[in-house]
Design a protein around this ligand. Structure first.
Ligand code: 4AD
Ligand code: MG
Length: 517
């Protein structure tokens, strides 16, 4: 952006007509006069100088307002401006390593666009219920901003990976008559008097499209009436699903592996700053390189019921107890500090730290409480059951890279999965577990391509055959080995950002027990 010249009218020196700039562009404007348009994020004043932190959607910038450098009435107005008031500020860009974002603005003028008082979300933290009720405003918080930007990169990388690797995008329907996954999780809708449901997956349609285009993918919202309130479940989530003709299980694992490595590398490259601010484990993400670990379901079951899991959980309990002690120590230290003579901003800072620590402590306590429960569930694990959330957590905590778990028992999985012809009790499928306890982010399989076997599976599961006639046709006319998988966007964002609950990983979450906004 070029600097505009000082305009001289009738011999008088006027303020330069300044250039609108975004905070993300300040690095290219050092020494220039620019105007920023944004919201007041934080303000601190020490008599003759005010430090205003402005956010404009692209970043944060500290704006320094010195008395005498701006008109007196503007100085006074700014002094009383409430958090989240909207304004424009004009000034000269300076580079300063210590400043938030490394650049600051030496302010020469400001214009208040909308003055706000009593913004409900203050720098002192709030409980999660309060924040969810105020999601429309909470989206402006730095945490949500960082997560939203990472989600954006992730989705862009997902599309690029498939577009650049010969996949054709197919938009699959949301109103469907077929059930792709468990029937218990269908949302029913009255479709002009007919009983349909919202798509749980686009997979069955993709199988049809794969026979036309070879490699296809769909990407959209999917719906599950999950009667569970866990941190891993939403009723509406986004899933990307590739489907490939002429592929076997090894081919699918390779595809999933290179796909996951690509999206992680993109996020690392484009969002390091956001990852750092969220406290994500960047060095752990940098390790996400092929090959991932591969375990069969049977091996996973042996690990769960064996000594390795017992030792692992005992060690975890010990570590958690140490962490609890540390957190409690820090909390009482801060509480003591709070009693002293402090400035308002110092009090706010301590209050925010305390809320953060208390929520960390609550999390540690919950994990301490769950540890023996998880140990019991793992010890009692029986071959034939699907892996539960805590089982996945244990396996994934034991690994520093994603883990493929393959060959699940047929009876625990969906009707469309192809059986292993060498052992008809298991299917040619996989779940990909993200490391460090995050659990499943991908589920996929080779599809049953034999007409008679598929009819048998549909009947065994009590599904209405007439709804699947079109799907069965694919096994009548040029049936080929094929398969694919689905990656859940919110779970992946949670893993990358280190966010525990996936409700924080979508702007407006839908959960079983709440849809506020
Ligand atoms: O394992 P799922 O159920 O697999 C399918 O839907 C297959 N039809 C995909 C395919 O083969 N084309 O779901 C795939 C992924 C899970 O690994 C998880 O990341 C995510 O979707 N997911 C959920 N995310 C949030 N909330 C829920 N209730 C989810 N259910 C599944
Ligand atoms: Mg699954």
């Amino acid at each position: 952006m070029a600097e505009k010249k000082v305009v001289k009218i009738k011999g008088k020196k006027r303020m330069p007509k300044s250039n609108k700039a975004y905070i993300s562009e300040l690095k290219n404007n050092v020494g220039r006069q620019v105007s920023l348009f944004g919201w007041l994020y934080q303000a601190r004043s020490s008599g003759k100088i005010q430090f205003l932190i402005i956010r404009d959607g692209t970043g944060l910038c500290q704006c320094i307002v010195e008395k005498g450098e701006v008109a007196d009435e503007v100085f006074e107005e700014l002094k009383h401006l409430g958090q989240e008031s909207s304004l424009s500020v004009t000034g000269t860009v300076r580079a300063d390593e210590r400043s938030i974002g490394s650049y600051e603005l030496a302010v020469t003028g400001a214009k208040i666009i909308h003055s706000t008082a009593d913004y409900p979300i203050t720098p002192k933290s709030h409980g999660i219920d309060f924040l969810l009720k105020h999601r429309h405003l909470h989206l402006r918080s730095q945490r949500q901003w960082c997560i939203g930007r990472i989600r954006h990169t992730l989705i862009d990388a997902v599309r690029r990976f498939f577009n650049d690797n010969g996949f054709i995008l197919i938009d699959t329907p949301i109103f469907t008559a077929t059930a792709g996954e468990e029937e218990q999780t269908l949302f029913e809708v009255d479709y002009f008097g007919e009983n349909l449901h919202l798509a749980q997956t686009g997979q069955l349609y993709l199988e049809s499209a794969a026979a036309s285009f070879g490699r296809v993918y769909c990407f959209g919202p999917t719906f599950r009436a999950e009667r569970s309130k866990t941190r891993r479940h939403l009723s509406e989530f986004w899933m990307v699903e590739p489907e490939v003709a002429f592929i076997d299980l090894d081919g699918l694992l390779e595809l999933a592996e290179s796909f996951v490595c690509f999206i992680v590398a993109e996020v690392l490259q484009r969002n390091k700053n956001e990852l750092e601010r969220l406290g994500a484990d960047i060095s752990a993400l940098e390790k996400i390189q092929p090959p991932f670990y591969r375990l069969s379901y049977t091996e996973a079951a042996q690990i769960l019921t064996g000594q390795r899991t017992k030792d692992f959980l005992a060690k975890e309990l010990k570590e958690l107890q140490d962490l609890k002690e540390q957190a409690e120590g820090k909390i009482s230290e801060l509480e003591e500090k709070q009693q002293g003579k402090l400035k308002q901003w110092q009090k706010d800072k301590i209050a925010a730290e305390l809320i953060e620590l208390c929520s960390e402590l609550a999390e540690i306590n919950a994990r301490i409480e769950n540890n023996p429960k998880h140990a019991r569930l793992a010890a009692e694990f029986q071959w034939g059951k699907d892996l539960g959330g805590s089982d996945e957590t244990i396996i994934s905590q034991m690994h520093d890279k994603p883990v493929f778990v393959t060959h699940y028992p047929k009876r625990a999985k969906a009707f469309y999965m192809k059986t292993d012809r060498d052992n008809e009790d298991v299917v040619l499928n996989f779940d990909l577990l993200a490391p460090a306890g995050f659990g499943e982010i991908i589920g996929g399989s080779v599809r049953e391509d034999d007409y008679d076997k598929l009819v048998k599976r549909i009947n065994e599961q009590g599904l209405r055959l007439e709804n699947y006639e079109w799907y069965l046709d694919l096994r009548k006319y040029g049936s080929v080995p094929h398969g694919g998988f689905g990656l859940g966007i919110e779970r992946t964002v949670a893993w990358l950002t280190g966010e525990r609950h996936i409700r924080q990983c979508i702007a407006f979450p839908r959960m079983m027990d709440r849809v506020y906004i």
